[in-house]
Design a protein around this ligand. Sequence first.
Ligand SMILES: [Zn+2]
Length: 427
Amino acid sequence: MQPTSRRRIRGPRRTAVLASLAVLTLAVTTSASTGGLMADSPTAAGAMGRGRNAALSPCMINGVIGVQMSEGMPTATGYARSTGTVRALNLMVDFPDVPGEGSAADRLAEFFPQTRDWFRTSSYGRLDYRPEAPIRHWLRMPKRFTDYGIQRGAPFDPGYRRLVDDIVAVADPDVDFRAYDLVNVLITPNAGPSALDTVLSVTFAGNHDAPVADGVPIANASFVYSRQDDGSGTYDETGYRVLPHENGHVFGLPDLYTQEGGGAVGHWDIMSEDWGANNDLLGWHKWKLGWLDNTQISCASTRGTSEHLLTPLSRAGGPKLLFIPLTKTTGYAVEVRTQAGNDEAVCKPGVLVYRVDADIDTGHGPITVVDSTPRSGGCTRRPNVHAELSDATYGADSTFTDAKSGVRITVAGAERGGDYRVRVTRS
Ligand SMILES: [Zn+2]
C-alpha cells in the first residue's frame, strides 16, 4: 500500500530541559542560556577517568557556560548514567476525558523489548536497560488531559509539574521511585494531536527542581504521546524509536535536528531522525555515553601527517573514532558506517566526517555532517530518511579538505571487513 503520509519531522518539536535549573519557574525551554546552569557540572564523575588520558584531552572539547545541553566532553552531571544496569520505570497514563486506548500492557509493548534491544546493540552491551512496569494498568489522572495544558514546546512549569505531581500521587502506593534511574511516561495514544501533525513527546532531563517522590526528584523523565506512524506500514518495527531518542536526552544528548529539520545530520543519529528505518548514534555520542573506550579513540591534535585505522561503528571492539580538534570547543569527527547493527538504512557504507561544536545548543545544529556529494539527491528513497545526506560518506581515495583550518582528511584505503585507513594532514 502506498504510504498515506510521508511527513518529515519539522521544527523543534521537542525540547529537552536541562540540568540543575536552579530557577526553573517559568523556564522557557527553548531559550539558549540560563545563568548558573552548569554550576554543578564542570567535570562529571564518570569522566574523571577519561580526563587522565593526556593524549585525548585536546579532543575532549567542551562548551562555554550557558549552553543548555552541550555536545561537550565530559557530559555534565545530573543526567541518568548511561552504562551498567539502568532501571527504567514505565508508567502508562490516561485521563478522565481520554480513557486509555487498548490495554496499558499493549502500550508498553509498543516500546519493549525493542528499546532495550536497541540500547544493548548500540552500546555493545554496556548499557543493560531494564524496563519495569510495576503497575500493569492505566494510571488514571485526576484531571482532564486538557487541564494540564500540554502542548508542543510546553515548559516544565506549570503543566508538567502538575502532571508529575499527580502521577507521583497516584503511583506512589505501588512504586518505590528510589529504585529507578529514569522514568518513561507512556501517555495513552489518543490523548492530544496525532504525531503526524504535532509531536508532543518530550524529555525533562537533569531537572533537579522536579517534584520529589520517595525522597528522590523525578529528574529524568521522558513523555511519549501519540504514535509515530507514518502510514508506510512499518509502525510495528519502527514506532518505538521515539523512546530511545527521548531517553538519549535523559543520558545528556542534545537534539541534532534543527528548525529546518534533519538537514544537519540526516539519518546518521537517532537524535537527528527517530522516524522511519532504524539508525544508530554517532561515534561521538557513543564516546560521550561511555560506550567506547579511550583506547578506541584517536586524537589527531598535532601538526603533520598521521594515519589511523577505523573499524565499522556497528562492530564491537577495535578503533572507532578519530577526532581532530580545531579549537577548545570544536573539531571534526571521523568514523566508519555500514549497514549493520542498528544502522538499517545505510545505502553508501564508508567514512563519515562531521563537525562537532560544543558551543552550539540543542536544536541549533551542534553537529553538522560533511556531505561528500553535495546536491546529489542521496542514495535512499526510504520515507523519513533524509535523502541528501544518505550518501554523505567518503569512499577510498577521496579527500575532505578544510583549507581554513588547514585540515585534510584522506581515505587512504579500504581494508578487509569494512575497515578503512584514514590519513590526516594538519598544516
Ligand atoms: Zn529530542
